[in-house]
Design a protein around this ligand. Structure first.
Ligand SMILES: [Zn+2]
Ligand SMILES: [Zn+2]
Length: 428
């Protein structure tokens, strides 16, 4: 069994006094606290090289930490060891007669799976085996989002999500200096900022899904590089919206980058990749499909054939060449810029408008003219398309959906004293 020290848990009874030592006297950096409601405990992490110390503070008298401190006083509480497969690790220990507190592993915080070993077997130390959840621990984990519903005339719009991932903050803001963007989007220790993946459901004459997130076909290395955090996925959020994969009639791709098209397909038990939405027609811009199937050195890393070739094989891929109406009130419109044939979705019904600009305006932090992704193949085209889009969105009071914003799913764009600002819209 390969086990790596994850961190060291220390029970404290007087948090300010503990911080006065660990933070002020020792000079360690303390992260924002995490509350574990089920354990009635608040955890403060302090980085120490490759590991960290966790100060555990009880938030209620019946918290296990409060009981521990009452019995033994403050001090070393537990040592979590990270293992690749906690089920295997527990089996191995049990076969050697090691006494466990948890005979079978159970869910822990942040998508992890854990099992405690009895202190009688560990020579007096409480040892926790921990299999990390998918998702980097140090990424800023946004508060749990929920499905937000909006009505635009005859259409119902539901912002769903496929979790979060991370991209290099510098690449996300192009020429904008880090001193500016890091104030809006704090990077993690690998300089990544947290991005959501928020497909949009449009219910009208048909049930449409715009983009589908990153999906689950990639391996651990990919999930680590991109800080993929899918503790809640498109499956969960569609269910929350009262939908299943079978309900989707049509899937529209803004473009075929993996964070938008990864969820178009799934790998079946037989190892073969097939369309994720069994009844759906998939709509892709022909030029984008051509680019995705003929990538070059600059865009190759974003296009994975498994996300769209199986759609061709299944006969469910439909190409569009023009700005066409997909169903009443819903139109695709080429923006270019990010990719030559990137398209946004314009929605209009009952005199109201909404828009899904996708990577033309990935987050609310991209409103400023120069705030354009370094990933964009044609940034000057992005600038022109963005200026047009924003002027129109302000004039028409358009409800704008941000596909990648970690906090704001939808907002109105206002102009105040010559500057554009975002007024978040909370759906029902
Ligand atoms: Zn993209
Ligand atoms: Zn994207």
């Amino acid at each position: 069994m390969k086990a790596v020290l994850d961190h060291i848990g220390i029970a404290v009874s007087d948090l300010p006094a503990a911080l006065a030592f660990y933070r002020d006297a020792l000079g360690l950096e303390v992260e924002a606290p995490e509350e574990v409601a089920s354990q009635r405990v608040r955890a403060h992490f302090l980085a120490v090289g490759g590991s960290s110390l966790e100060l555990l503070e009880a938030t209620a008298a019946d918290s296990p930490i409060a009981k521990y401190v009452e019995k033994r006083g403050p001090g070393l509480h537990h040592i979590p060891l990270r293992v690749d497969n906690v089920h295997q690790a527990v089996d191995q220990l049990r076969s050697r007669g090691i006494r466990m507190i948890d005979e079978t592993p159970r869910p822990g915080a942040e998508g992890s799976t854990i099992a405690f070993i009895h202190p009688s077997a560990t020579h007096g130390v409480l040892v926790e085996l921990k299999q990390a959840g998918v998702g980097a621990r140090h990424m800023v984990v946004p508060t749990m989002s929920r499905v937000q519903r909006f009505t635009i005339g005859d259409l119902e719009l539901m912002s769903v999500d496929d979790g979060f991932f991370g991209l290099d903050g510098g690449a996300m803001f192009g020429i904008v200096p880090k001193t500016l963007w890091s104030k809006k989007e704090p990077p993690d220790e690998r300089n990544r900022i947290t991005l959501a993946m928020r497909p949009l459901v449009v219910r009208g004459a048909r049930t449409m899904l715009i983009d589908a997130g990153i999906g689950d076909k990639e391996n651990d290395k990919f999930n680590d590089i991109y800080g993929v955090n899918r503790r809640r996925t498109l499956d969960h959020t569609l269910a929350e919206a009262g939908l299943s994969a079978e309900d989707i009639d049509v899937v529209v791709a803004t473009h075929l980058h993996f964070d938008h098209a990864g969820g178009f397909t799934v790998r079946g038990a037989d190892g073969r990749v097939r369309p994720r939405f069994p009844r759906a027609q998939y709509i892709v811009r022909r030029g984008e499909f051509e680019d995705a199937t003929h990538p070059h050195a600059r865009n190759r890393g974003s296009y994975f054939a498994d996300n769209y070739i199986p759609l061709v094989d299944a006969g469910v891929l439909q190409m569009v060449d023009e700005d066409v109406t997909i169903m009443p009130g819903v139109k695709v419109r080429r923006t270019g810029g990010h990719t030559m044939h990137h398209q946004m979705i314009a929605i209009e019904s009952g005199g109201k408008t909404a828009a899904f600009p996708a990577d033309l305006l990935p987050t609310a932090s991209h409103l400023g003219d120069a705030w354009i992704m370094g990933f964009d193949l044609h940034p000057v085209d992005t600038l022109a398309a963005k200026q047009r889009f924003l002027a129109d969105a302000v004039a028409r009071n358009t409800l704008v959906f941000f596909e990648h914003d970690r906090q704001v799913a939808a907002a109105y764009i206002r102009e105040q004293n010559g500057a554009r600002v975002v007024e978040p819209a909370m759906g029902a």
